[in-house]
Write a protein that binds this ligand. Structure first.
Ligand code: NAD
Length: 272
């Protein structure tokens, strides 16, 4: 009989909770939840209670020790440290706060190779990573991400305040930012994961173009990626519903992590 994949979750907010529920309900016989960790310990206890299972609430080191795969769903400022700790103990890691990897990607990759462990980065809130990865095997000329959100989604964003953009006056699609992914992640931290995943999968943060549009006509967060390559042109658009427990998180991002987990556990892997 195959050994159960032991999973530890670091970060018990919207994504961590959904993943924990899914591991407990959908992966019986294939995976087991061996621990929960959150800097706000009460969140980990509350999740364990909701699950109705005797799941251990642990510190990070214990979590890593008891897991084969650690799933990080905490925050951008912590993801690198969590990933490095897991890899140092030769444990696999799935990372949701991808923005925290931009500066450390090569270092983590080298550590994963040295420790013979794997780093999983789900597509998250965007589609088209499969085509981008295939196109990368030939030559990519450009990668552009265009994100459209309702103007009120940008309320309080430091960049918008600094540029004195009057969100209330926006009556039609308005381009409020255009730059590379590095600049975009500094100006719009809430867009950081999507831009980071796209640039790490493609041609890097300095060369990936990001456009941010305040659009009064959209009710969902819309991400469009456009890739020009030797293999042709790829255009992908996702119109995302928000997660019921966190309006800053797309529901698709959670499902993408569950889909990645499924792919890890299935003998057949479909898609690039
Ligand atoms: N890859 C994507 O496309 C994508 C999409 C949406 C969100 N995200 C990212 O995933 C992460 C989780 O999102 P969420 O919606 O669940 O957020 P959330 O705010 O609902 O939950 C985050 C949880 O992590 C905990 N936490 C914070 N720092 C921690 C640390 N150092 N160690 C352990 N726990 C810590 C918090 O207490 C909180 O319970 C965020 O970083 C978010 O930016 C990624």
């Amino acid at each position: 009989m195959r050994k159960l994949l032991r999973i530890g979750i670091a970060g018990c907010g919207a994504i961590g909770s959904s993943l924990a529920k899914s591991v407990a309900a959908d992966f019986t016989g294939k995976a087991e939840l061996t621990g929960l960790f959150d800097v706000e310990t009460e969140k980990a206890y509350s999740l364990a209670n909701k699950l109705g299972l005797k799941i251990a609430v642990l510190n990070l080191e214990e979590l890593i020790n008891k897991a084969d795969l650690v799933i990080e769903a905490s925050k951008v400022a912590s993801s690198y440290d969590i990933a490095r700790s897991a890899l140092s103990f030769s444990k696999d890691i799935m990372i949701m706060s991808v923005g925290g990897l931009i500066e450390h990607y090569n270092e983590l990759k080298a550590l994963a190779e040295e420790k013979r462990a794997r780093v999983y980065i789900p597509s998250g809130a965007i589609c088209g990573i499969d085509g981008l990865k295939a196109a990368k095997c030939s030559g990519i000329k450009s990668v552009t991400l265009t994100t459209r959100k309702p103007p009120k989604a940008f309320l309080g964003v430091a960049y918008v305040l600094k540029k004195k953009i009057k969100l209330d006056d926006i009556k039609e699609d308005t381009l409020i930012f255009e730059g590379n992914a590095s600049q975009a992640t500094r100006a719009f931290p809430q867009n950081i994961n999507v831009a980071a995943t796209l640039s790490l999968a493609g041609i890097g943060p300095e060369n990936t173009i990001v456009r941010i549009v305040a659009s009064p006509s959209v009710t969902r967060n819309v991400h469009e990626i456009e890739v020009e390559s030797d293999a042709g042109r790829i255009v992908c658009r996702s119109e995302n519903e928000i997660h019921p427990e966190n309006p800053k998180t797309s529901y698709l991002a959670v499902l993408s992590a569950i889909g990645t987990l499924r792919q890890i556990l299935e003998p057949v892997k479909i898609g690039t």
